[in-house]
Design a protein around this ligand. Sequence first.
Ligand SMILES: [Zn+2]
Length: 510
Amino acid sequence: MNIYRLASQMVLLLLVPFVLHAQQEPVDLQMVQKIKHEGLQNSGIRDISFYLTDVVGPRLSGSSGLERAYVWTSQQMEEWGLFNVEVVPWGEFGAGWDNEKFYISMTEPYYQHLIGVPRAWTRGTDGRISGAPVLVNIQTEEDFEKYRGQLRGKIVVTPVSSEPSLSLNPTGHRYGDEDLENLARLPEVRSPNYGNVVSGPSDFAARRAFNSRLMAFYEDEGVAAILRGSGTFGTVRSGGSRLAAGAEPPVAQVDLTFEHYGRIVRLLEAGIDVSVDLEIKNRFLTEDTKGYNVMAEIPGTDRNLRDEVVLIGGHLDSWHAGTGGNDNAAGVAVMMEVMRILKALDVQPRRTIRIGLWGAEEQGLFGSRGYVSEHYYDRETGKKPDYDKLSAYFNVDNGSGKIRGIWLMGNDEARPIFEALLEPFHDMGATTVTLRNTGSTDHVAFNSAGLPGFNMLQDRLDYGRGYHTNMDTFERMELGDMMQAAVVVASLVYHVAMRDERIPRKVFNP
Ligand SMILES: [Zn+2]
């Protein structure tokens, strides 16, 4: 042995303790193989997706559609043999609303069927009404006087601030290698949130106040209905504002696809006579004004760890114009399929694996926030006894695209764990562990209580074009991508449920 060789061996010896110090995250490759087989050969994704969208239908918060979804999802999970299947109230939602009949057309200067959707929680029209719509443009305080006393019984057409413009971007998108490499690096900004969580626009409150003043004006003037433009290429982006139980619902309102709305506006601006026929029948559901989450689980088997929980979920509610295919039947179907796969394999996880199908995400994450404050952390009273029993929460709500990785929400300590657990799925496209934040869905409810809540990083596909619209249906759901997603998430949660330790938490400063 020459001296150089000896020296290099000594260097190696010095290095060894450091290498061993970074403990290897155990991965059960036999279980990975079983999960892949069950998820890819016996997939339940198509059935679940079909039932959630076509059979159950739209799942607006508080509607009878969402009630059908509670029944179907809980029965299905019972059938699979999951435990403690429950439909649990998260709190007070407000009035329920079903649209029972809707017709709109333009009859002058010629007949044209119009594509539209009534806004949720607005009144009906008391039978068929017809008339010449009035273009009303109220932007400032002075504008109110121009219209005072002139709008009784009228169908009002409101202008919009931005019209659709030509997009040269493709409608569908998958992450390329470069995109994923970028995501895996932090952007060069100085921000405790890594620059990703955007705070609300400063004029938001002012605009809101002006809007409610405007609605009160229309109400006082006694207008019959309001038409707006929302959505393009024949889609209608639906919406509406939640209504407290017992509150008076606002005047009838219809969102129209821009191509039809724009035609009416241009004809009116040119002084050409227009007439519209409109009928809306809505039902307000006031018997039960609570909101619910659907819960189910596979109990843990380790005496010391079975009280701890690995929680997965997605929101069950949707908007009412379509059947909420991408938003979020896709996430619900993937997470239900995760539970089906794990149950079919009869896994014996050390920790309990629980699923939560949340209500009223679209109105402000109410279902998941309600669950967090009931079980883990209440803003007023602080930590609950179960606060230390949650290992992690995993969420899917970015459409039906395959899993490309996971958003860490700034949780550095979780990085090596998820890197190891995603490794067997690199060949299926799940490669990227990004420290960055992503917002706007139920994992935020956990993060804001200091709990490790993660959203899966997904290919966006054509999510942006269809979500919240009348065309967010079964057709938007990429079933093959969802099968991949279920397999990746099933393996991830299984391994998290089997580890010796919980997923590490970030420092929490309430
Ligand atoms: Zn959603």
